[in-house]
Design a protein. Structure first.
Length: 517
């Protein structure tokens, strides 16, 4: 810790955010309700303990729920543009803490500092989006079939929204949900990943300050900590009408059934198995940049990471060679050092999964063209650094059908028309992100057509990763079907009410039904 803390300003960042070594063994004000067992957070960057957090017990959870429920009564009647102003202040506060929070994200999760900054920028962007939205929570008006009647719809907040998030976007996903939910008039309870609890506390400290300055209760934004057992407090709680859950498909299936069992709503953002189709008309230089960033960015731990490259046989060898050359340039190491491209995996369990996937693909007949392996020695003491690898494979290999959360890129060759590539791309259970690299308009349009990509995100001449605020984000099939962050995603955080008002002295019935007394 000492060396990295000194060299990269981690200590100052933790101090600024009020987390980490400073509050070892105790909880911060913003985690005040939690009294459970201690959760330790180790950095995958250097293996050092960053801080300890108390987990939330069932008794603590009841206190949190009471605080949230009370806060909702006040928050829901505050005009939406005023709620938007609180979100604006939160965005401003994030701007002030961008570097510190970006560093914490990098140090606790392991993504590059640049990507850490990018994640905080996404939080700022969603705040800006939500501020505008706070004046646009529109419903429709309809013409009634009955004379002297007016019909319209309006949106009311749902209540307490539960947010469960994954380790790989330890701060942004929370804000994608909360910034929208808050302007909609909901209050939120967040359970961050047990692998990145300090990021949760840091965010909570920032919003808590904003709420306190505005004399608003902290119950508007609540934090609970722990693993799936703490998540279950929320999924089983009938007082939570909506659970937004981001994580693995395995988790999503459990959460979906639990919440559906009580007829609650879910917004699910689950695993992906994203592909780029490279056609004979692709710009190879752009393809290589997009594919390499997509495959090795965040060490292959983005839900939108590029896992499969489906390359036409006419350009296959050229693309393969360009990728091999590009991978030679990759520097793997401390993600806070901006000369490195690839940081560590989140923990040693993730390293095990990487190793298992590599051995499986070899067993299935895959040909390794860029060697993988676990790095050891100076700078790699955490045991979490692995080499990005490229394997030639077949689309129907069992392992290729799975999302392995690591920098493993499968090259798949296709021949014939773009339809065959689209068929390969769609032939997996996940449906998050997809892309085509082509300068051929017909191929691009075919890819985007109803017979094209079946994913929630389909890009032309950019890679699969790196979504921006504004578009609705999410995917189909086993990715869960949720949409968040942009477009009309706000509607899931509200309940729709249809209102019919009669301003006459008659009471005509709909459909002309006669009922005379
Ligand atoms: P994970 O499924 O292990 O955990 C995610 C969260 O769910 C954690 O907070 C965990 O504690 C909680 N959880 C797990 N089981 C639960 C249960 N039964 N009840 C309630 N909560 C439960 O995922 P992870 O390893 O943290 O993240 C990686 C996964 O997340 C990948 O599959 C990735 O694709 C996916 N992901 C998807 C998106 C998206 O937008 N589609 C974004 C980020 C990550």
């Amino acid at each position: 810790m000492e060396a990295i803390a000194a060299d990269f300003g981690i200590k100052q960042a933790l101090e600024q955010l009020g987390v980490g070594i400073l509050n070892e063994g105790s909880s911060t004000g913003s985690n005040a309700f939690s009294t459970g067992e201690i959760l330790e957070s180790y950095s995958p960057v250097d293996g050092h303990l960053i801080g300890k957090v108390k987990t939330t017990t069932k008794t603590d959870y009841e206190k949190v729920m009471t605080a949230a429920t009370e806060a909702f009564k006040l928050w829901r009647v505050m005009p939406a543009p005023q709620r938007g102003d609180i979100v604006r202040q939160f965005g401003d506060r994030l701007r002030k803490n961008k570097e510190a929070l970006g560093k914490l994200v990098s140090y606790e999760m392991g993504k590059s500092y640049q990507e850490g900054l990018g994640e905080v920028q996404e939080m700022i962007d969603i705040c800006d989006f939500a501020v505008g939205l706070s004046r646009q929570l529109h419903g429709l008006t309809m013409h009634s079939e009955r004379p002297g009647h007016r019909m319209y719809e309006q949106y009311h907040p749902l209540g307490v929204v539960g947010v469960i998030s994954a380790f790989n976007f330890p701060v942004a996903v929370w804000s994608w949900n909360t910034a929208l939910a808050w302007v909609c008039g909901d209050v939120c309870i967040w359970k961050p990943s047990e692998k990145t609890p300090l990021c949760g506390i840091a965010c909570q400290n920032i919003i808590a300050e904003v709420l306190a300055e505005n004399n608003l209760p902290e119950g508007i934004s609540c934090l609970i900590n722990g693993d799936y057992r703490v998540g279950e407090f929320m999924t089983r709680d009938t007082r939570i009408p909506l659970i937004s859950a981001t994580g693995s498909t395995r988790m999503g299936k459990i959460v979906a059934q639990e919440v559906a069992g009580r007829l609650g709503k879910t917004l699910l953002e689950l695993g992906g198995n994203n592909a780029i189709i490279v056609t004979p008309d692709a710009d190879i230089k752009m393809t290589v940049i997009g594919a390499v960033f997509g495959a090795v960015g965040t060490a292959g731990q983005r839900c939108t990471s590029t896992r499969r490259l489906i390359i036409h046989e006419a350009v296959y060898e050229k693309v393969k060679q360009a990728l091999v050359d590009a991978y030679k340039q990759l520097r793997i190491g401390n993600p806070l050092d901006e000369t490195n491209h690839v940081g560590p995996l989140i923990d040693v369990d993730a390293v095990d999964m990487y190793k298992k996937a590599l051995s499986k693909v070899k067993d299935e007949g895959g040909q390794v063209i860029v060697n993988g392996g676990v790095l050891v020695g100076e700078g790699y003491e955490s045991g979490c650094y692995v080499k990005p690898t490229i394997v030639e494979a077949q689309p129907d290999f069992e392992i290729v059908q799975h999302e392995t959360f690591a920098p493993i890129l499968y090259l798949l060759k296709y021949s014939g028309s773009v339809e065959s590539a689209i068929a390969i791309q769609n032939n997996v259970v996940q449906g998050l992100s997809s892309a085509i690299m082509t300068n051929n308009l017909r191929e691009a349009e075919r890819f985007l057509s109803v017979e094209g990509s079946d994913c929630g995100i389909a890009n032309v001449n950019i890679g699969t990763s790196g979504a921006e605020i504004g578009g609705a984000f999410g995917g189909e099939k086993e990715t869960g079907g949720g949409r968040e962050s942009g477009s009309d995603a706000w509607k899931i955080y509200m309940r729709r009410q249809t209102n019919t008002i009669n301003y006459t002295t008659e009471l005509p019935l709909a459909q002309g039904i006669k009922f005379d007394l």
